[in-house]
Design a protein around this ligand. Structure first.
Ligand code: HEM
Ligand code: HEM
Length: 189
């Protein structure tokens, strides 16, 4: 059940930590994903970069799951007073889309590893083996999920650019508390 915590007009420590942790993981994974798939990368280095990408990717999936649950059931601040109902609705729509894509991208990545006929195991930081999903393996399925994973990842990048631009617009043009309260700062706005 959703609830607006009484008197709470800023995001709490848990929401702020989860928001910026997921943002950091997603940025890092997009840069790593892009770099590791370049043709010029040495094959031995490429293998190791893929393994790091899969470990951090599964961590991103785990943190995004916790974050989705907290976002749905945890406390939420009241909308910023200066925002119209339409603006608030648009912001919520974008947040829901980002929460969903933060799960869809790593799940598509997990599908690549699962359907691959190479059957390379996925280790989480060389500690435990992450089981592959029980799906049929084929080169065609691997190609399909590879494209889906890349399209979804770059879609997230485009949407985050819009989302971050909106945050900067609120901060510098509208001069309201939207960015300040996600940074955990008190501010005088
Ligand atoms: C939020 C999490 C993730 C993000 C943002 C992300 C992002 C990316 C990006 C940008 C690429 C390069 C796409 C291209 O230019 O072709 C990529 C490739 C790849 N990712 Fe992820 N990834 C994530 C999670 C995962 C997970 C959990 C796995 C597997 C367990 C995974 C497996 C792969 C693989 C195998 C490739 C290479 C595909 C190929 O052969 O070209 N990713 N990822
Ligand atoms: C430079 C990067 C980013 C900036 C500057 C930024 C900024 C912000 C700000 C200011 C808010 C508060 C909006 C409000 O109160 O209405 C917010 C909320 C939110 N942002 Fe971001 N963000 C960034 C990256 C991301 C990324 C990568 C994701 C997910 C993929 C994301 C997902 C969300 C979600 C879901 C919320 C709603 C609150 C929550 O449930 O955590 N953001 N962001």
């Amino acid at each position: 059940m959703r609830r607006h915590a009484k008197g709470l007009d800023r995001y709490n420590f848990v929401t702020i930590t989860l928001h910026w942790l997921v943002a950091l993981l997603i940025f890092g994974l997009i840069v790593l994903g892009f770099a590791m798939t370049r043709r010029s990368v040495d094959p031995a280095l490429q293998f190791s970069l893929f393994q790091w990408h899969k470990s951090f990717g599964m961590l991103a999936l785990l943190v995004s799951l916790v974050r989705l649950a907290y976002s749905l059931f945890g406390p939420r601040p009241k909308p910023v007073a200066e925002m119209s109902a339409l603006e608030h609705g648009a912001a919520r729509g974008m947040h829901h889309l980002l929460l969903l894509l933060a799960l869809a991208v790593p799940l598509a990545g997990w599908m690549i590893a699962s359907v691959s006929t190479l059957e390379i195991p996925t280790f989480a930081f060389d500690l435990v083996v992450i089981p592959h999903l029980p799906v049929a393996k084929s080169d065609a399925a691997e190609a399909w999920w590879t494209t889906a994973h890349a399209v979804l990842a770059y879609l997230v990048l485009a949407l985050v650019a819009l989302h971050a631009s909106a945050a900067l617009y609120h901060h510098y043009i509208r001069r309201d508390a939207v960015l300040i309260r996600m940074l955990g700062l008190r501010g005088h706005r």
